[in-house]
Design a protein around this ligand. Sequence first.
Ligand SMILES: *Cc1c(COP(=O)(O)O)cnc(C)c1O
Length: 376
Amino acid sequence: MKNSPSFRELDAQYYMPAFARDMMIARGSGSTVWDSDGKEYIDCVAGIAVCSTGHCHPAVVKAICDQAHDLIHCSNLYYVPHQAELAKKLVEISGLDKAFLSNSGAEANDGALKLARVRTGRKKFVSFTHGFHGRTIGSLAVTHKPAIREPFEPLGLECSFVEYGNLESLKKAVDDTTAAVLIEPVQGEAGVIIPPAGFLEGVREICDDHGALVIADEVQTGMGRTGKWFAYMHSRVKPDIVTIAKGIASGFPMGALVARKGLEFQKSEHGSTFAGGPLACATALATIGVIEGLLPSVPAKAERFRKGLSHHNPRVAGLLIGMTIGDRCVAIRDKCAENGVLINCAADGNLRLMPPLVISNSEIDRVIEVVNEAIG
Ligand SMILES: *Cc1c(COP(=O)(O)O)cnc(C)c1O
């Protein structure tokens, strides 16, 4: 693949054109990636908040290689090596009670929706404007953005959408037939939108008044991204279910849900061929070990970004950083790439930075310099 002269032609001819892209990332190490021409970048996209341990962290590579020699797959018909050990870790870091594994964020959310339905016996869901929960039929049904949801309706799940941050509207939308409210504690795809103080507490209270569950979608904000294991830990709120994916296994496909006591799938209620396989579990355990060491450094790194980018009113949730720029987003992103820094355009004219948690101070300073120069 590396330096292949024809990957663009092959892609154009054989791959469905669902993505807008123009370069290939061929190699990565730490916070650095190289494209197929050998050009070097500081990677503040990190596979969309996935590669938190940096690219090809030695402990992660070792876990994958060691496990690949022992057993790659076996099925959940059997106890799976490392699976229970990983579940214990996820329970410990979330403060919840039992875990269930999946292959992606959307699948984790589908699982959470199923769990909420089957344990509450209720059918209706509530989620928020500009929220993003995934692309499967189930997770799409609770995703607000009309442009990605409406072409696929009807989606078979009843969901109402309430303005993010508005507790009065939420009060009107939740009643005794609501199974769950699905919330991102910080909205990622929307461009790093941080709700008003007390919002999560308000959501919890409204749900408690009606016996509805709170599902925290921490697919993007979880696993240390915001400086704590989960973004809800910056509040006094514990969700009933948390969903996890992006940062959990350094890029090995995996998702998870963790739920409080009393919320469990019973025999045959849910399952998956690949989910929670030995390779994924070994990789996630190694990833968690690395993140444990990185967590204490996240707040200072976030502060360094906040200070350096202060002219653009950054929204900083640990190493998840958004800035509203408007219609120059794409031009600014491309200018940064030209100068060796990868950043991302999220929704609605928002730039988003989500570097590996291993990013160094000197790399942060270089990113700040390049981004400030590109914005001008
Ligand atoms: C990315 C994302 C998802 C979807 O995860 P996939 O692994 O792409 O299915 C769901 N929720 C949030 C908040 C996300 O950021």
